[in-house]
Design a protein around this ligand. Structure first.
Ligand SMILES: NC(=O)c1ccc[n+]([C@@H]2O[C@H](COP(=O)([O-])OP(=O)(O)OC[C@H]3O[C@@H](n4cnc5c(N)ncnc54)[C@H](OP(=O)(O)O)[C@@H]3O)[C@@H](O)[C@H]2O)c1
Length: 290
């Protein structure tokens, strides 16, 4: 990889791409919306022709601030960022025959497969507009994947609940430490830096294009995480858990939340491996920085 174009580099995930690309001395150019209106296909194409990258990474999207509930109030922008934009990038990249990757999300699923195992990449989303059970955010992320079905030279990387050792309001571990009430749900999760390494490895190893669940192998409950945090002296208050998901839904949030288990086997079968989830959480807690 000699030169990369990054979209959405000012965001939480985009900044992580910038940090890792810089650390590895990989040349990249970040286009922010203010610098280049990348929603305009002609402008995006012109910029890509001038930049002549080996690949493009799309870390742009609409997540809602302070959380996904905000997407319920800004539906047009949410649809544009998560469902329309991937289609625009696809059209431009395919016309230039440019390989690219799109940051998607595991939040298009809820629960696990019927045998309790993690969702596979080809499993149809079950937390989307078609099932009429989702947040507006999840619905648009699922639509974004539909728009990219069959895309040429395109990786769709499903990120899921990023965490790492740096205290930050976007870090799942920070959220568990700061929320007054917690929901003891089981999830597959993604160590933020391992996620980025895995995405870059897709280009480096030239694995087949398509959808990849980029999560740490296994699943972990919020309670298990807090138990690990306690062993590292991170928990300084009494933690309170909701009695049920229904109680959580009725008291705290507006839009339904996804909790799900995903299989990371497709990626590991291609020799791109993330750390087992309990070990990865333990390491993040051990190296915790305020
Ligand atoms: N963070 C998570 O927990 C998480 C989990 C799973 C998946 N994801 C996915 O990862 C991608 C990046 O998420 P993130 O957490 O880094 O999001 P973020 O912090 O909100 O950043 C997203 C970036 O997207 C760009 N953008 C383009 N259109 C936008 C719009 N209409 N409104 C706001 N920003 C817009 C902006 O970059 P410029 O201004 O530089 O153009 C912005 O900084 C998204 O597709 C998200 O769905 C995130």
């Amino acid at each position: 990889m000699k030169h990369v174009v990054l979209l959405g580099g000012s965001g939480y995930v985009g900044k992580t791409f910038q940090e890792i690309l810089s650390k590895r001395n990989i040349s990249f150019r970040n286009f922010s919306r203010t610098e280049l209106n990348y929603y305009n296909p002609a402008k995006l194409k012109e910029a890509l022709k001038a930049e002549a990258p080996d690949c493009l990474i799309n870390a742009a999207g609409y997540t809602g601030k302070p959380n996904v509930d905000a997407c319920e109030d800004d539906k047009a922008n949410c649809l544009l960022g998560n469902a329309v934009l991937p289609g625009i990038i696809r059209e431009v990249c395919e016309s230039l025959k440019l390989p690219w990757g799109h940051v998607s999300s595991g939040c298009i699923y809820t629960g696990s497969r019927s045998d309790g195992s993690g969702f596979l990449e080809d499993d149809t989303p079950n937390f989307d507009f078609r099932h009429n059970n989702c947040s507006f955010y999840s619905g648009t992320k699922a639509l974004g994947e539909e728009v990219l079905k069959g895309a040429e030279n395109c990786y769709i990387w499903r990120l899921r609940i990023p965490f790492d050792e740096r205290n930050n309001p976007r870090n799942y571990l920070t959220k568990l430490l700061t929320y007054e009430w917690l929901l003891d749900a089981e999830n597959s999760v993604s160590q933020r830096f391992e996620f980025i390494d895995a995405c870059l490895a897709c280009f480096e190893k030239e694995i087949p294009s398509g959808v990849y669940n980029v999560t740490n192998p296994g699943a972990i409950s919020a309670r298990e995480i807090t138990e690990i945090m306690k062993t590292h002296g991170m928990v300084k208050k009494e933690l309170k858990f909701f009695e049920s998901e229904e109680a959580f839904m009725s008291e705290v949030v507006r839009a339904p939340r996804s909790n799900c288990i995903m299989s990371s086997e497709k990626l590991s079968s291609l020799d791109i491996r993330l750390t087992e989830v309990h070990e990865a959480v333990d390491r993040a807690c051990k190296n915790w920085t305020e």
